[in-house]
Design a protein around this ligand. Structure first.
Ligand SMILES: [Zn+2]
Length: 226
């Protein structure tokens, strides 16, 4: 384990060597960086990579300052529906949802976040795909594919080819904000940028677009758990 200072803040750096093509970086928890690197990446490269991304790191680290430790999670709201969360040490990693309870078992405490990330993503994928299809039909919009990711600070994106990507954690938003994110990306199918035309178009789909957009900027990432 290695410590590094970036603009007066101390970070713990966890390096994961894997069969990947390029370096990847994420903030695992407040002040903990996780770097995934190809085998045989020199330490100097890793350090340079961290410093090249230092402003991104500090910016995003600040955003997660209020995030609680995921192991202390007692409840979770999924599209306005409240779930009780029970996290326990067990023989393996699992996440099961029964009625309004989420049961999580972990073998290694460090993996609790990854368990949520993996298992909840499946549920999210289903909810997001259903809603996207429903809204696209309603407004007669055509997209190619829906991908589900964890883009850390982004809620969604739309490619020039008409592929939509969503951060799975948008299911942790209230329903109207969740729909707003989907409508935002659907609007990009016709208007790629954030011009006046874009907002005019989005306003037709979501009359509360302004309040919803403000909420997202202020509260959005605070709802994220991993
Ligand atoms: Zn946009």
């Amino acid at each position: 384990m290695q410590k590094i200072r970036i603009l007066d803040q101390e970070f713990e750096v966890r390096v994961n060597k894997k069969k990947v093509k390029s370096l990847r970086l994420r903030i695992k928890e407040k002040n903990i960086l996780e770097i995934t690197t190809p085998w045989l990446t020199p330490k100097l490269f890793i350090e340079k990579f961290i410093f090249d991304n230092s402003s991104w790191i500090v910016h995003h680290n600040q955003k997660i300052k209020n995030k609680k430790n995921i192991r202390d999670l007692k409840s979770l709201e999924v599209l306005n529906e409240k779930y009780e969360v029970e996290i326990k040490k067990g023989l393996g990693d699992s996440l099961v949802i029964i009625d309004n309870k989420i049961f999580v078992n972990y073998k290694d405490e460090e993996n609790v976040g990854d368990i949520f990330d993996k298992k909840m993503r499946n549920l999210a994928g289903k909810l997001i795909k259903e809603k996207t299809l429903e809204l696209a039909k309603k407004y007669n919009l055509k997209y190619e594919r829906v991908g589900i990711k964890n883009q850390s600070s982004r809620f969604g994106s739309c490619s020039f080819g008409g592929n939509l990507n969503f951060n799975w954690q948008i299911i942790l938003f209230p329903k109207d904000k969740f729909e707003h994110v989907i409508l935002h990306e659907l609007t990009h199918l016709t208007v790629k940028n954030h011009s006046k035309d874009f907002w005019r178009q989005l306003a037709e789909y979501d009359k509360n677009w302004r309040e919803n957009n403000i909420w997202l900027k202020k509260e959005g990432t605070k709802r994220f758990i991993v």
